[in-house]
Design a protein around this ligand. Structure first.
Ligand code: HMG
Length: 421
């Protein structure tokens, strides 16, 4: 039997403040429905400078280790997927290793390719375990980012931030990944990038949507071919995506997941018909596509709608949202996951939900994380946005979390501890 590999447990860290998206719309003189309906957003996480990529990553990793009582001597690899690291050379992974006091007997590094960096990290960990190189050890994979486009820009309502920490092992009790079945698609495009030294991303927004849609179709087809060969998809008369219990998409904003799902269906329907859809088929697809989105995708978007874009963590927040909402009923079922990183690189893969998924995700206490946040007004949001990158916030981090505490002797320092009072 093939070696099992995948996600054993998951934990999340989100900034402690948020802005209601309607408040942003009113302040920018935009109809709120453009953001709530047009983009599918409700709230947006606002990270202050103390909640940087390292602090969020260390907080999520601490929560994971504590909630599941993980023996750190059994972790042999720590990989952080991020595109908003804090140093050109020293990886976020080594800060996390130090803050958590993890053993020295592990491989540590960061992976970067825009939002795809988290999936690059996850797949590196899966390959390491499946190859036997891990020698029975597990990997800690953390996706951590602050999504920042800047005030008054078209991307402003699609900002956010979070970290997702995952234990990856040969005991994938949350999600057993169909290792070796991924479909990939990549190409050199300037859809979104962040030149060295700049804090805000540069984006060609509408073009980035086109790039994403081209990538999802390409990666999906490549995955479908391999999944069909492995016998996961047996009915050639219907869209193969419908043979997955759920689909989770990278969600820079929730409406993007809807666009992606409808695009995948449309490509499949046209392939099945051998021609572009006629008017009657298009009218039918308008109804059926909407119903398919509601059934297959909507439940994975809860956190994205309340936190915003989280770059590398987005897909895995989608997984957490879905299992939080439907973990019990999905046990034993196969789902598809699509990861997209601008630039671009993308990957479609699949996995089977473990029997203990609902219990494991409950330990992430997602409802509490959302409820514990403070809603801020537009004035406070704009004040925080204008704080210098290395500005510090007086309040010390609550136990069990970390915060950036300033630069001393050219070294970034952090306050906080893994201990919970
Ligand atoms: P925009 O140009 O201001 O918005 O920016 P728009 O005019 O395209 O409108 C947005 C939607 O609202 C449209 O819906 C409108 O019709 C609708 P659609 O036609 O697309 O379905 N709308 C309304 N709906 C209801 N009531 C109204 C109303 N008015 C308009 N009154 C854009 C939108 C997404 C381009 C912008 O926010 C942006 O640039 N965002 C950042 C880029 C982005 O998220 N790209 C996504 C793909 S790339 C990606 O996923 C990678 C990424 O995560 C980075 C990485 O990899 O690291 C970004």
């Amino acid at each position: 039997m093939k070696q099992q590999v995948g996600i054993e447990a998951i934990a999340v860290a989100i900034p402690r403040r948020y802005l209601a998206i309607e408040d942003l719309a009113v302040a920018r003189g935009v109809a709120p429905a453009k953001y709530t309906v047009g983009l599918g957003a409700l709230e947006m996480a606002v990270a202050d400078p103390s909640e940087d990529t390292v602090a969020l990553a260390a907080t999520a990793a601490t929560r994971l280790l504590r909630a599941h009582d993980i023996d750190v001597s059994q972790i042999g690899m720590l990989v952080v997927g991020t595109e908003t690291g804090v140093d050109h050379s020293k990886p976020v992974a080594s800060f996390v290793q130090g803050l958590l006091g993890l053993p020295r007997t592990m491989r540590t590094f960061d992976t970067q390719h825009a939002c795809y960096g988290g999936t690059a990290a996850l797949m590196a960990a899966c390959d390491w375990i499946a190859s036997g190189s891990a020698g029975g050890k597990s990997a800690l994979v953390v996706c951590s980012d602050i999504a920042r486009y800047g005030m008054q820009s078209a991307g402003e309502p699609t900002q956010g931030g979070a970290a997702v920490a995952m234990l990856v092992s040969a005991r994938p009790e949350l999600l057993a990944i169909d290792h070796g079945t991924s479909g990939v698609f990549s190409t050199d495009v300037h859809d979104f990038w962040r030149p060295i030294g700049r804090r805000e991303a540069v984006v060609d927004g509408h073009y980035s949507i086109e790039c994403y849609l081209e990538a999802v179709a390409g990666a999906y087809r490549a995955w479908r071919e391999r999944a069909t060969a492995r016998g996961f998809l047996n009915d050639a008369s219907m869209p193969r995506s419908e043979q997955l219990a759920r689909m989770i998409y990278h969600a820079p904003f929730c409406k993007m997941a809807r666009k992606a799902h409808l695009h995948v269906r449309r490509c499949e329907l046209e392939e099945l018909a051998g021609a572009p859809l006629d008017a009657a088929a298009l009218a039918r697809e308008e109804r059926e596509g909407a119903a398919s989105f509601d059934a297959q995708v909507a439940a994975s978007l809860l956190l994205a709608s309340r936190v915003g874009n989280t770059y590398t963590g987005s897909l895995y927040l989608g997984l957490a949202s879905l299992l939080h909402a439907q973990g019990t009923e999905l046990a034993g079922q196969r789902m598809g996951l699509f990861s997209y990183g601008s630039g671009c690189s993308s990957e479609m893969f699949s996995g089977v939900v473990g029997p203990r998924a609902a219990e494991i995700i409950a330990a992430a206490r997602l409802d509490e994380l959302l409820a514990d946040r403070t809603r801020i007004d537009i004035v406070e949001y704009e004040r925080i946005m204008q704080l210098p990158r290395e500005g510090t916030i007086a309040a010390s981090p609550v136990p069990g979390t970390f915060g950036f505490a300033g630069v001393r002797d050219d070294r970034r320092t952090y306050a906080g501890s893994a201990a919970v009072a």
